[in-house]
Design a binder for this molecule. Structure first.
Ligand SMILES: [Mg+2]
Length: 191
């Protein structure tokens, strides 16, 4: 059995409005439920997030997927979720999805913002530059913004209110949403 780490925002949680007000407002990313079950059939899996409280993330994943979840915390009284495990150095428990803010050993991390490092720094820096350029283009190119608005209009998972808010964000400038100052330094790393 191997251990696999999975990011939360944009990987499990749709996160279409960015950090917004810090709540988990979105929907399950298509295919996430099946993917987690497939991974958990063979491996120990944990979710790596800096969100607080961790119990909110565990509760939301359990509600959205039906998968049993637990959080790793030294302060279970602060967690709005009854399934808490004590701090440990690795995760090897099958069939329970752990939610933690600690980077425990893993064979792979599934993350929307990771750049694979293959031992070649120039390659990694080039990949980073490509990623930033694509992100800038997506925010300034009118055609791409229009496509985003059209996609939001057709999104059947969003309520009318959510659509209006997301479309307004797209119209007034995704850059504002994306570049909003994170609430803590940790937010920069895993969101
Ligand atoms: Mg993410």
């Amino acid at each position: 059995m191997k251990t696999i780490a999975v990011d939360f925002d944009r990987v499990l949680h749709s996160y279409e409005r960015g950090w917004h007000d810090g709540t988990i407002y979105g929907t399950l990313v298509p295919g996430a439920d099946e993917a987690l079950r497939t991974l958990m059939a063979k491996h120990a899996v944990y979710v790596l997030t800096t969100r607080r409280p961790l119990g909110d993330v565990a509760r939301w994943i359990c509600w959205a997927t039906g998968i049993p979840t637990a959080v790793m915390s030294d302060t279970p009284e602060r967690e709005p979720w009854p399934y808490v495990v004590q701090r440990r150095r690795f995760w090897d428990v099958p069939h329970i999805l752990l939610v933690t803010d600690r980077k425990l050993p893993f064979v792979a991390l599934i993350d929307d913002r990771a750049i694979p490092f293959t031992g070649c720094w120039p390659q990694a820096l080039a990949a980073l530059n490509d990623l930033i350029a694509r992100k800038d283009t997506a925010m300034t190119d009118p055609a791409q913004r229009l496509a985003r608005i059209a996609a939001l209009c057709d999104d059947t998972d969003l309520t009318a209110e959510q659509k209006v808010e997301a479309i307004q964000a797209a119209v007034t400038g995704l850059a504002d949403l994306e570049h909003r100052a994170p609430r803590s330094a940790g937010d920069l790393e895993t969101k």
